[in-house]
Write a protein of this length. Structure first.
Length: 277
């Protein structure tokens, strides 16, 4: 592994796909992950021993299943550069469906109080705050490590999201919210897919025998924390939309509906608190 091309070949030999290999080589060389054109122009550049060692370590960790985002220490979400590490889930593109739905419901010029439950890296709360500057955005997580990551991201982006420690609504200030969002754990305990996610925090992934324990808790408590006409929006598993809609209906929410993700799967469901008479 003496040149950039040699490093990319070594990554391929280790089983990495081309894009991962390119991003990791760039990271080892201290260049932005988006600078793939540089690799083409410098394919014959020699690598010093430090760069070779860095590449070898990154390739080994990626081959063992560690997410690229953890190796780079960053992930883009809704156009925002976020710091991420093993204390938080890696933000997924499908979660942008939840954010877009929130923005569709929040007029740009109208103040609103928004709450993000289980904020993790802060991705959802920060995306809303960046696109709706008149909204007051609060975010809750029970993990001190996750809150440290989220607060760091808010500071780096200069976004005034307030973060609180606690279990779902118990951590939020005592007030009514115009919009509550959450991407809670929703994978069934013991699901076969968890093996591929072993590097991410398990408590942020699983939720009981049917994957609905946390969704039930959030929906049950939501009517007591939603303002009249306020919305509750939830991300859930690929096969859980009907179950979540049923929970929302039982809780007395109106206009219950689901939205598809980028692959056309019903990934988010929500409902509206009735106007108080």
């Amino acid at each position: 592994m003496h040149t950039v091309t040699d490093a990319l070949r070594a990554a391929t030999a280790a089983g990495l796909d081309r894009l991962d290999a390119q991003m990791l080589v760039l990271h080892a060389l201290g260049r932005p992950a988006s600078d793939r054109a540089w690799l083409l122009a410098h394919d014959r550049d020699a690598l010093d021993s430090r760069a070779v060692q860095a590449c070898q370590e990154l390739f080994s960790r990626r081959a063992a299943g560690e997410p690229v985002a953890y190796l780079l220490g960053a992930k883009e979400f809704f156009g925002l550069p976020l710091a991420v590490d093993a204390r938080v889930l890696v933000p997924r593109p499908d979660t942008e469906t939840l954010v877009q739905w929130a923005l569709d419901l929040l007029p740009a010029q109208r103040p609103a109080h928004v709450l993000d439950l289980g904020t993790g890296s802060g991705a959802i709360a920060l995306a809303v705050a960046a696109n709706r500057p008149r909204a007051t955005v609060h975010a809750v997580d029970e993990s001190d490590g996750a809150l440290a990551v989220a607060r760091g991201n808010a500071a780096a982006l200069g976004l005034p999201v307030r973060f609180f420690a606690g279990d779902w609504f118990d951590g939020a200030p005592e007030r009514f919210y115009d919009l509550v969002l959450s991407n809670p754990p929703y994978i069934v305990d013991g699901d076969a897919h968890l093996a591929a996610l072993r590097h991410e925090p398990l408590t942020a992934l699983t939720s009981g025998a049917d994957g609905l324990e946390d969704l039930r808790a959030i929906v049950a408590a939501a009517p007591g924390r939603l303002a009249a006409g306020g919305w509750l929006l939830l991300e859930h598993g690929w096969d859980q939309a009907a179950s979540v809609r049923a929970l929302l209906n039982v809780a007395g929410l109106e206009e219950v509906q689901s939205r598809p993700d980028l692959g056309g799967i019903e990934r988010c469901s929500g409902g509206r608190m009735p106007q108080r008479g």
